[in-house]
Design a protein around this ligand. Sequence first.
Ligand code: 9MR
Length: 347
Amino acid sequence: MLKNSTLLLFLSLGLLSCKKSETRDCDDAISLYSNSSFPIGVAIESYDMLDGTRNKEIIDRQFNSFTPENIFKPNSLHPEENTFNWPEADQMLDYALSQNKRFHGHTLLWHNQLPLWMENFQGNSAEWEAMLKTHIQTICHHFKGKVKAWDVLNEAFNEDGSLRNSIWKQHIGASYIEKAFVFAHEADPEAILFYNDFNLALNDKKRDAVVSLIRNLKQRNIPIHGIGLQMHISIYYPSNVVIASAMKEFYQLGLKVHLSELDISLNPRGLDIELTDKLLQKQAQKMYSVSLLYQQIPKAYQYGITFWGHSDVHSWIPSFFGREDYPLLFDANYKAKPMYCKFLESL
Ligand code: 9MR
């Protein structure tokens, strides 16, 4: 027999698919965030803030939360052991705050985009731990009170659910994770601290591993407050049922849920595709469903939905995977796509 909660989930998914599937024309002079009950974010680069550009117009009008796509990563913020690179980061943050945008720090730790000195650091485990502490606390102190939330740790798990063999795990051991959260919390007790990863809806093994890590951290009062479900998804998968149950699993652990890097691929298999209206409508429908499902989680757990860029021309996907794709809200001419219109309609 279906449990009540499962039954409700299926009923609501049924309702989602019964709602209008036509995309009405929409006007991007409207603002997404001012029509939304939850924050709507976007990953930005410094060039997105250039005066007079369509980029700036879009990020200012449509979004009320900014995530730095690259310049807050370790190789950029901490390029040499005794050098922190603040000016570009400060400029981006000050701009965001002057526009009343929330600023989401991404990311204190990762296995990618590390400076060479960090990768080649020599020392015993106590020295590695001291280095980790200095890295995290210098950054958190510098931005204290301005960066309200941090991705403390990004992508620590492999797809089979094992812990990635990053430099942190190799030199400090698995306890580097709890240490990282404690260090960040000591430096800025007000900051909301996230673990961020991809495929957490799609891949049960990975999700189970992250859930059990978080349960363990929570039981020991390690300060962790949110989960970043990156949501690099496609029009084909993961299913809406799977997305809904992943969000539920995490908010039931008491975590705020951030759909932190959303984009919807039209071409996950990297085929020669023709960009048809049918594909764009499927993408719009997926966006609509994800948004409605997100709005079904209790308000207190809705940290927001962040897109990993605003226009297809800036998406990381075509260059990273070497394939044609159109995963974002605006097309390469900065025109709002059906995905934008359906998202607006869902709010
Ligand atoms: O979008 C980012 C791209 O510009 C960088 O070249 C890339 C480097 O690995 O990182 C991209 O952002 C990633 C994010 O920081 C973490 N999750 C996966 C994102 C896409 O790769």
